[in-house]
Design a protein around this ligand. Structure first.
Ligand SMILES: [Zn+2]
Length: 121
């Protein structure tokens, strides 16, 4: 391979990795938007739950867990979704993640520096 070929190869390689980087960044901001949307929804649900609980306690002086179960479950589900989205972002950034203490660790770490747990790839 002559020098010009080498040069143009490395240039197109760089262009490719820049292209990949910008799609990564777009993907990450999309995921971040989904996370923010869910965080806003969770706040609305908290408000809804607060109003409901307040109304019940003000007028009837009691409330059962079952009455707010569907709201609690909706919030739980969204928290799970946020966790999944967070993980997708870490995957794109190629940052690894300890499932034990839920911290970010180096990409090539085999063990968590905090709890010593095996890091899954
Ligand atoms: Zn850990």
């Amino acid at each position: 391979m002559n020098l010009m070929d080498k040069l143009s190869n490395s240039v197109s390689g760089t262009a490719k990795s820049i292209g990949k980087k910008s799609t990564d960044l777009m993907e990450i901001s999309k995921l971040n938007r989904s996370i923010r949307k869910r965080e806003e929804d969770i706040l609305k649900l908290f408000e809804e739950m607060g109003q409901y609980v307040y109304g019940r306690l003000k007028n009837l002086n009691y409330i059962t867990k079952e009455e707010v179960a569907s709201l609690v479950n909706k919030i739980k589900k969204m928290e799970e979704e946020i966790k999944t989205l967070d993980k997708l972002i870490l995957d794109i950034k190629k940052i690894n993640y300890c499932e034990g203490c839920e911290i970010e660790v180096e990409e090539d770490a085999k063990f968590c520096p905090l709890c010593g747990r095996n890091i899954k790839r």
